[in-house]
Write a protein that binds this ligand. Sequence first.
Ligand code: CP
Length: 317
Amino acid sequence: MTNHLIDLKDLDNSAIRELLHLTDRFVEVCQRPIPKVPALRGRTIAMVFFEDSTRTRMSFDLAAHRLSADVLEFPTHTSSLSKGETLQDTVETISALGVDALVIRHSSGGLPREIADGVGETIAVINAGDGLNAHPTQGLLDAYTLCQHFNGSAGINASLEGIRIGIVGDIKHSRVARSDVTAYSSLGAKITVVAPASLQPDDIEDWPVEVSDDLDDVLPELDVVGLLRIQNERIDEELVLSLDEYIERFGMTEVRANSMRSEVVITHPGPVNRGIEIADAVLDKRPNVLVQKQVTNGVAVRMAVLFRLLGLGIEID
Ligand code: CP
């Protein structure tokens, strides 16, 4: 692992396991009466979000505060970018201010890597989601949540060996699907992506997954159903089938949920379109829906990432 986190594909399996094991430590910190350690005191982390976010932004913010770092919010709508300053110059300015790490979300796939290549080792760049490309901390927190559910924790040899995971829905436009597949496959899970042909990516044959367009066919074989957000903004032009047909074939309806074994786990990265990917009654009442657990674990995972990049040689406690 360099001093950036851009894409889980840049990490080998042992680096992913190391981050998940480090997350175990921060889950324990988050459960303390005072969930805060001095590890990153004196470090400054800038949050640069060009796309909307609730979970990722707030959990990075909370993670930084729990590590005692200072947090600087970059005002994307009122910065000198509006006067024509380039983003690269803006990043160099942020670096010159003495910032140690930049957490960036942007609609342009590849932009965080361009920024990281530009700044070299001067400042750590962390990708908080870039276009359709990658959402590495979401991949880590989803993998961590499944390790915790099935094994109690990640441990030093985090594994999802033998776990059968279906990732269902808008695979084509999902950076979460891409990072989840990288994380899950590195831990040995068997993955099936389930989507109508119109929502399967063109390069799906290169992914380490099986592919299906029939959820009811694969459902009896799954231990985990990972639902994805249907991106309403793209639905008319690309979905081909109607929303009602989508729900009928791919939605986690009450009827479909009731047909599953009770121990089957449901995940969703959020935000959820209630009544589309998942019925209200399933989301709110079914056991083994891990959506809020994913959010909670997002803080510890992001503490682990920030500590790994900025805390070299520092004790956690
Ligand atoms: N899962 C996720 O990235 O959610 P936000 O867009 O709210 O950060």
